[in-house]
Design a protein around this ligand. Sequence first.
Ligand SMILES: Nc1ncnc2c1ncn2[C@@H]1O[C@H](COP(=O)(O)OP(=O)(O)OP(=O)(O)O)[C@@H](O)[C@H]1O
Length: 327
Amino acid sequence: MCLDVRPESMERITTPELAEKFIEEQIDLVRKQVGDKKVLLALSGGVDSSVVAALLIKAIGKQLVCVHVNHGLMRKGESEQVIEMFQNQLEANLIYIDATDRFLDLLDGVADPETKRKIIGGEFVKVFEEETDKLEGISFLAQGTIYPDILESKGVKAHHNVGGLPEDFKFEGLVEPVKLLYKDEVRVVGKVLGLPSNMVDRQPFPGPGLGVRCLGAITRDRLHALREADAILREEFDKAGLTDKVWQFFTVIPDFTSTGVKDGKRLDFWPVIIRAVNTVDAMHCTVPEIDYKVLKHITDRILNEVDGVCRVLYDLSPKPIATIEWE
Ligand SMILES: Nc1ncnc2c1ncn2[C@@H]1O[C@H](COP(=O)(O)OP(=O)(O)OP(=O)(O)O)[C@@H](O)[C@H]1O
């Protein structure tokens, strides 16, 4: 049997009991695979790598070394939550790297979205490699590969986690405990492992993070305004009971200003755009009809609390023709 093919007999993990059973099996397998050797994991704070981290901490404790890179493009509180959850609560061996300046300096003046993506991806690999070169005695690399990654790699598109080991791969092997699971199963397993629901049920978040929501050339002041506005949106959607009802929502900040007026003075401030979509397959999206009162309250809060913003807009465009992200 190919190890990358989910057996037809494998039951879908839909209950805590099934998740428990899966976790016990994986703990056993991982312990057999790695023995007393060390395992390295790049921990983003996203669903997949977080669940792998929690599972491996249970299986091999301090033999797992997690590396979290803060590229300065995380949402408000995200890196802090990784530290709180994994270092403080689960007592993981966590290396936290604040590479904000490195990323933002490199991105300075770069307006083209594809170039921004390439810079962020390339720099991430560099930072991760530099950090791991300093570590000694690591034998395995753990990855949050899930079954759709394997399926997609077979036909649709290459996935960075999948496709065999590169020639210069310096580890003895890969540890991929959730590679036969679908996303919904990973979430059930994560909950049973005690991860908070805002981590386990997290919306999709692009690899380049807020970097592609701070349109054009990223500036620190606009990035700050974007992060604050996004946090307000998330807080208010949560209060209004929309977090579970809307598939994805976030804010975007364009790289142009608009005229505002404050205390009788004219100002040139940025607009903030709210983007919210519902979808089943991410190929076709509709825009939810959010209660006007909720939108108005969010607008008031952003205008009052976020420096440099004078307008808030709601994006009504479905996909197609508009994509979910703005760039
Ligand atoms: N800031 C980061 N710090 C550490 N590792 C990261 C970071 N960003 C990405 N990674 C690593 O790269 C992998 C792929 O990242 P990607 O953004 O494509 O997310 P993903 O496939 O949805 O996985 P996840 O749910 O774990 O974020 C992650 O699983 C993680 O191992």
